[in-house]
Design a protein around this ligand. Sequence first.
Ligand SMILES: Cc1ncc(C[n+]2csc(CCOP(=O)(O)OP(=O)(O)O)c2C)c(N)n1
Ligand SMILES: [Mg+2]
Length: 382
Amino acid sequence: MSEAETETELYPGQEDELSIEELAKTEVNARLTPKDKLSMFTDMVRIRAFEARSLRAYQQGKMGGFLHLYEGQEAVAVGTVGLMGKDDHVITAYRDHGHALAVGMSMNECMAEMFGKATGCSKGKGGSMHFFAPDKNYWGGHGIVGGQVPLGTGLAFALKYKGKKGCCLTFMGDGAVNQGAVHEAFNLAGLWDLPVVFVIENNKYSMGTSQARSSAYEQFLAKRGEGYGMEWGIVNGNNLYDVREKTAQAMKKAHEESKPTILEMFTYRYRGHSVADANAEKYRDKSEIQDYKTQRDPITLFREILKNEGHITDAKAKNIEKAARAEAEKAFEFADKSPFPNPEAILEDTYWSLDNKGSNEEIDELNQGRVIFEDGGIFDKD
Ligand SMILES: Cc1ncc(C[n+]2csc(CCOP(=O)(O)OP(=O)(O)O)c2C)c(N)n1
Ligand SMILES: [Mg+2]
């Protein structure tokens, strides 16, 4: 059996439990106004346009380092993040552009970040993998595979500790679920009943390694939650309505019962793992990529849903796409014109700068060997 055939069999979620019409009638989807729906469609289109422009900018030599694109996975970020309330938080891995735009970060600050410019969301010091917006409860952007999962679990712990009715949407890839730290976090989430929604974005590959070659599992990766007493579910990650419905249920469980859930969302990335993986057809058939693009694309699917519901026409959809491309082009120009950070800025926003806050000798003397927090608390390093 060829790998491609095995892969097709491994893709569950092809048969949704509910039809599109039924999903549209669930509470969380039924409450959407036509304006809300168009706004979510627009956000998915904006993410795709941003990614396309980012890739060209990379090829033009405007940025260095890594660039992991999100094209094909848009319904996951837009469908989940759109459900966040005041006390909900989100954290993800290095494939972080979609979540960033979905929480409301601007294309300008995101593009500038990748150019290493001072106007970037992380002041040009993070790059593509480290977008952050604490004011929007967006905690990044993490390069160590699975590294964000204990952090997201910690955010959920803090919410519970402070008695807040929120949760943390904690994203990871299908490859990350094999990391030890992820299982330690799953264990604590299950043990302490933490309000966390773990989302496995299963795009079938970890770099060039297929799920079949990297993971031991019976049927679903999310089923591993059973070992930790956690509820789990599978989601058609290409269908925005399904993403919203299942995420809303899990968030409700977190908010009302302080219980964790693992959701496995089946999705697909059209591009290589990163720009370094330009030949993404080496480990998967061209026909597989084509199949996802033509048969299961999340944007096309949602556009058809909106057409059937009478909220959009082809002409209107084209205008939205055109506007998104223009916005991405403007972001490119903004980033290109922005200044690089001053050399002195290298010591700002570091643990060192926190440790050495004093501006005169007396304070410097006091600070020796200690961390001084913003609220005046002092913590002896020893
Ligand atoms: C601890 C650690 N090991 C290995 C790597 C190298 N690495 C970067 S991405 C990646 C694949 C992860 O795949 P997956 O979790 O499925 O996420 P995806 O890229 O598909 O979104 C690997 C092995 C790393 N960054 N960190
Ligand atoms: Mg993956």
